[in-house]
Design a protein around this ligand. Structure first.
Ligand code: NAP
Length: 515
């Protein structure tokens, strides 16, 4: 299992000690003392910091980072070396020395000599690249190992996109001793969250949100509470949501909370996949070429639903319901690496609509909007025998969709005809009425009648103006949240082959969506 390290870096000694105590409350496996941050760096301060950590019984790494590799102060090479040697003498558990400096015979001799005096202290040899991945990571790793075969090797580099992380996973798979590889930046988050899965010796997490010491670092609370850091092992299967952006997604909270409640050994990751179709294809190829990573399924959302459809069409099996929709939001990966694609918006929309309206066979249905969600809604309604007309602001898009499903299309302004033309189902698939524009509705109140079922796919707010108006008109209503929950339940089952817990999933979704 990977060690969770909280780095502590303060300019003043007293604040440093306070921060060590605050970090200890988070129960890290280790703390890292970034002594290079101290303005007044001297042996006396170092001893106080080390004694403070010892009194808290937490293993410690002492680092005095070279400014060339991200150090905070321009302490001279000699001062930095003396601090590291003194830390070894004072009983540090680990010291971190840059590989670049350790190759200098004088530095190496001094450190090796100090280590001989404290056999319980281990050397971490580190390299950093804050711009991009290393050119030839495997040979760099070999060189570092060759330099000191007892050292723990630490390699940290900036991931420009998620596909840059795979060389880290390859290095970790091939490692011959203790190795930590950290991909920095938002695209490298998964290397931190899933460090235990990938076999990294340690990973860093901030004490709290304003103490992040490197880009992409999460807080220790988030690592433990959302991502169940302490429960992840080399055997844990991986899942995730592929999106850009991905930070706002409720899915990691939903899935990981469900895994926790059921005791299932799984980890669900936020997967920031950039670079459009090319970036998506590269990500999927990287995953499929490495079955040992244990990815078992993905949720897919904006902007990759169409890319996912194309990828699975070429490389796997598409659910027949997804075919006419041309987009999928769910990918499952079987033990034999067969990938399957599904669109759970189809049933997600249809199930609550049928619950409210009963049979829709032969009934007239107006679908407002001609985007991704409309496709799933129109597909479901047509399959159930409804007589569908698509109303859209951009008429050509409504026409295109109508051609695929063999239904009618019309201009948005003709929605005024709804009450006179016996429409009994109305579904809003536009973003009209979505927060913050909560005063808007695609329909006038007087166009709604009590014999209609009105379904608004917008789920934020929970009750849109359209739904309030429909309730006032005594129409039956279906909320976007009902669809959201329903599609999430089916997706959970398809990806994990586990039974979803409706009550838990609804609760976490409400908390995350703040509705
Ligand atoms: P999309 O592909 O971007 O399509 C958006 C549709 O809304 C287009 O038809 C667009 O018309 C129309 N539109 C946007 N602004 C408009 C305006 N001011 N007036 C009239 N029409 C407007 O988006 P999507 O993925 O289909 O999502 C649509 C909505 O569905 C989202 O806003 C979200 O609230 C909801 N949704 C719900 C769930 C759920 O589970 N409940 C899931 C996903 C999405 P043009 O073609 O003229 O641009």
């Amino acid at each position: 299992m990977s060690h969770l390290v909280i780095p502590v870096s303060e300019k003043k000694e007293d604040k440093f000690i306070e921060s060590i105590k605050a970090a200890a409350l988070k129960k890290p496996d280790m703390v890292e003392l970034r002594t290079d941050c101290l303005h007044n760096l001297n042996y006396d301060s170092l001893e106080k910091l080390i004694n403070c950590v010892k009194s808290l019984s937490i293993p410690m790494i002492v680092t005095c980072r070279d400014p060339k590799e991200g150090g905070m102060h321009d302490h001279s090479q000699l001062v930095r070396l003396e601090i590291l040697c003194e830390a070894i003498r004072l009983g540090a558990d680990y010291i971190d020395c840059e590989f670049l400096n350790y190759q200098n015979a004088g530095v190496r001799e001094a450190i090796d000599k100090a280590l001989e005096g404290n056999p319980f202290c281990r050397l971490i040899l580190s390299v950093h690249n804050f711009e991009e991945p290393f050119c030839e990571p495997a040979s760099l790793y070999e060189n570092m190992r060759h330099c000191n075969k007892y050292a723990i090797i630490k390699m940290a580099y900036m991931a420009r996109d998620i596909n840059d992380c795979f060389s880290a996973f390859d290095l970790l798979r091939e490692k011959k001793g203790d190795l930590a590889v950290i991909c920095m930046g938002a695209a490298g988050e998964i290397s931190r969250i899933a460090a235990s899965k990938f076999g990294s010796f340690f990973t860093f997490a901030a004490c709290d949100g304003d103490k992040v010491s490197a880009p992409g670092q999460l807080t220790a609370d988030c690592m433990r509470e959302v991502y169940r850091f302490d429960k992840i092992s080399l055997d844990t299967p991986l899942y995730g949501i592929i999106a850009e952006p991905v930070g706002h997604s409720a899915s990691p909270a939903v899935y990981n909370a469900s895994f926790e409640k059921t005791g299932y050994d799984g980890l669900y990751l936020p997967l920031l996949v950039e670079g459009g179709k090319e970036g998506f294809d590269e990500f999927m190829d990287n995953v499929m070429e490495r079955p040992g990573l244990g990815f078992r399924g993905f949720s897919v959302t904006i902007p990759h639903k169409n890319n996912a459809f194309e990828y699975v069409r070429k490389n796997g099996r598409l659910d027949e319901k997804a075919e006419p929709i041309g987009a999928i939001n769910t990918i499952s990966i079987a033990d034999n690496s067969m990938i399957s694609g599904f669109n759970t918006d189809y049933n997600g929309a249809l199930k609550p609509l049928l619950r409210a309206a009963g049979s829709v066979d032969g009934k007239k249905a107006a679908v407002i909007g001609a985007g991704g969600v409309s496709k799933a809604v129109v597909a479901g309604l047509c399959d159930q025998g409804a007589v569908v007309t698509i109303f859209n602001r951009t008429l050509s898009k409504a026409e295109e969709l109508a051609r695929i499903f063999g239904c009618g299309f019309d201009d948005l302004k003709n929605l005024s005809r709804l009450p006179d033309e016996n429409y009994s189902i109305v579904v809003n698939c536009t973003s009209v009425g979505m927060s913050p524009n909560v005063g808007e509705s695609p329909l006038r109140e007087e166009w709604i009648s009590e014999d209609m079922t009105v379904f608004d796919t917008v789920y934020n707010p929970l009750e849109t103006k359209l739904l309030t108006d429909a309730k006032r008109a005594a129409a039956k209503t279906v909320s976007g949240f009902e669809m959201f929950v329903e599609q999430a339940l089916e997706q959970y089952q398809k990806i994990t082959s586990l039974e979803p817990d409706r009550v838990l999933i609804e609760k976490v979704l409400r908390e995350k969506l703040k509705i």
